[in-house]
Unconditional design. Structure first.
Length: 305
């Protein structure tokens, strides 16, 4: 029997996770506008996004928790935070940027479908028992629903192009996020969601800066229009700062499998956002996929962490 305190904790976890899912669902259309405008490079956008997000969170964290709480005291934590920024921000986004040069948007969107299964596989070596049938069923049903929402699966079969190096980059990008979610969990819970997210973003921005210095164009292009800077600021505060914060805050309330499962929902949010605001049609199969994803959530077993 679940106590009222446990139910409240579970609700807070899902609310934080829902914030991240919603912001990631609206991220892709905004990013597409900036990339089509050619006002900066993908790696440049990644750098601006994470640096601005990190400084925003640092200011907010210092105000809410005090400066001392925002700076870890253990020297051993700093390399771990640098690694979290590298894996969870720079490599995850950088590999996705590389992939998007050669693969279709459908192939690239499969990043969302990989993560819950990859998180489960990463935990198997240390697991004391085999995952329950309900967990396995919910992941497989959710994966099927996500394929329908992404239009990767239609009545004509799988709609993926011939596999390329770009598809490997997509898989590796999803693996990076799975590692960040599963293996960064103890550090996020010990340091707190705001400090952990702050340094993930700041180190992610620093790694992107190094990327741009080594491989980026010279001189480095920056947005010149005020509306483009507004979109950059939205990507920094919304899908970077607040979404990462929501994801890491949910770590305190949800098991890692329940948290990773939420990755099935951003494609559904993106489809509904496109319908409501961009007047992009949602097919019957996509509606079916959204329903299947919701059904798969009902199959999730009780909290296991």
């Amino acid at each position: 029997m679940t106590s009222s305190a446990e139910r409240r904790s579970l609700l807070r976890g899902y609310l934080w996770g829902a914030l991240a899912v919603f912001l990631w669902g609206v991220m892709f259309p905004v990013g597409t506008v900036l990339m089509q405008a050619g006002c900066t490079t993908p790696a440049g956008l990644g750098m601006l996004r994470y640096v601005l997000a990190g400084f925003f969170l640092l200011v907010v964290g210092c105000f809410l928790q005090g400066p001392r709480a925002m700076f870890p005291r253990r020297a051993a934590d700093w390399p771990l935070l640098a690694l979290a920024g590298l894996v969870g921000a720079t490599l995850m986004c950088g590999l996705l940027f590389l992939a998007q040069r050669t693969v279709s948007s459908v192939n690239a969107s499969l990043l969302e479908a990989y993560v819950p299964i990859l998180v489960l596989l990463l935990q198997l070596p240390a697991a004391r028992r085999w995952p329950s049938w309900r967990l396995m069923a919910s992941l497989l049903v959710g994966f099927l629903g996500t394929l329908l929402v992404l239009r990767a699966l239609t009545l004509h079969g799988l709609q993926l192009k011939a596999l390329t190096w770009g598809d490997l980059f997509i898989f590796l990008s999803g693996l990076c996020w799975a590692i960040y979610t599963a293996w960064g969990r103890p550090l996020a819970r010990r340091l707190g969601s705001i400090p952990f997210t702050t340094w993930t973003c700041l180190f992610g921005g620093v790694w992107f800066l190094l990327w741009n210095l080594l491989f980026g164009p010279k001189p480095f292009p920056l947005p010149t229009r005020l509306d483009h800077w507004g979109l950059v600021l939205f990507l920094a505060i919304g899908p970077a700062a607040l979404a990462y914060l929501g994801w890491n805050a949910a770590q305190r309330h949800l098991s890692v499998n329940h948290l990773a499962f939420l990755e099935y929902f951003p494609p559904a949010v993106a489809a509904l956002f496109g319908l409501l605001f961009l007047h992009e049609p949602v097919t019957l199969l996509q509606w079916l996929g959204i329903a299947i994803v919701i059904l798969s959530a009902r199959l999730q077993p009780p909290q296991d962490a």
